[in-house]
Design a protein around this ligand. Sequence first.
Ligand SMILES: Nc1ncnc2c1ncn2[C@@H]1O[C@H](COP(=O)(O)OP(=O)(O)OP(=O)(O)O)[C@@H](O)[C@H]1O
Length: 436
Amino acid sequence: MPVPGTSQVPASGSSSPDAPHGDCVLLKHGEVYLKGGNRHMFTHRLLDNLRHALDDLSGPTWVRTRRNVTVIGGDVPLDELTARARQVIGFNAVEPAARVPSTEEAITAAVLDALGTARAERPGITFAVRVKRRDKAFPMTGTDFARVLGARAQEALDGLPVDLSHPDVRVSVEIDQDVSYVSWRRLPGLSGLPVGSSGRALALLSGGFDSPVAAHRAMRRGLRVDYVHFTGAPYTNPASLYKAYALARELNRYQPGGRMYVVALGKAQKRLALAGADRLQVVAQRRLMVRTASALARRARSEALVTGDSLGQVASQTVANMAAVDEAATLPVLRPLLGWEKQEIIDEARSLGTAEISVLPDEDCCQLLAPPRVTTRAPMRELRTVERRLEIDEIVEELLSTVQILRPGRDATPEGPSEGAADCATEPTTTPVPSA
Ligand SMILES: Nc1ncnc2c1ncn2[C@@H]1O[C@H](COP(=O)(O)OP(=O)(O)OP(=O)(O)O)[C@@H](O)[C@H]1O
């Protein structure tokens, strides 16, 4: 019998959910299961996202759900199936498992097989067996059967030591009517709410560490995220755009493909500087960004903006400056990282796979024309005066008329940023921005 989690070959006999045995992956529903009367809506969204995530794997797959557990399988290597399921937001745990008939003999054989493999991988392990009996017709209680299985494993595996409190390996047996599941590896899933269950948002995506993490956190609270990136074009090179594109592509591994809007802000930045923005330049630019982003978001039926601000991280991220930025937005500005420390953000960026991209050098538009000292308390009256001099609404209209839309694809395997950059340089799928 193939061993869960170690197979590099297609899962044998698992091409149908009705086959009596084979490999599969158990997905434990997270927060969705705590929902009340509208739980079915969340579950529906979760399963839709799961199917979308599985649809470009190398072979056919199947999905079956019972209560708070979804089981997936197919003619796909188990590792591939497991890795893909772990990118779907909304499952607490992901467990590669062996699917066997619900008989004492078949379950015992699977447990011995699992423990044999675990011991071969890590000699000297302790173990425990936990049995959940969903089919009450099974002739033993869960506790009794766990004892029997433990004793048989000790007998067959030279007295392998049991540790019920802190075992190195916990074999989990779930007994259903016809089929039972035996697993011994419980991998953390991306808990949270299914993408799309909270609506849509537009994330302001720079090439830095923070905004990709913020966008991902927004996804984990159920928002489906599109992205907008502002470049300093025509005064900066396209490095920041390449990075933002590669970041968006990485982030789209966690949701059905979000679009990326690209806005060339350079000329408008220069006009702000010429209008005397001076120490207000950075906040004035940020206000222009959220004005433009709000208009774009409304056209795309998004209900909020998302930024990577963290309180006090830099001068432009004080409460006063955030308030000045919010005043220019016509949609709520969500800041999922407000209370995060930089190191926490970087650690999360590493685990998401965005850190290697963010660390690359670029010419971010915010550095263009940045004054030597940025005010920590931009006065609203002065900001408004500068904006009036410029007819700011006309500038927003001009920016909107030149927006490009890119569609960063979801990839089965993460690719390096340079490949993202190469793709972006020849990106053929630009579309005119939809009108209001
Ligand atoms: N060029 C840009 N395009 C889109 N959004 C941007 C851009 N520059 C900044 N932002 C938005 O403003 C937020 C604050 O940017 P700022 O440069 O002050 O901070 P940061 O700590 O460098 O953020 P990040 O690491 O996300 O670049 C970013 O997290 C992002 O949401």
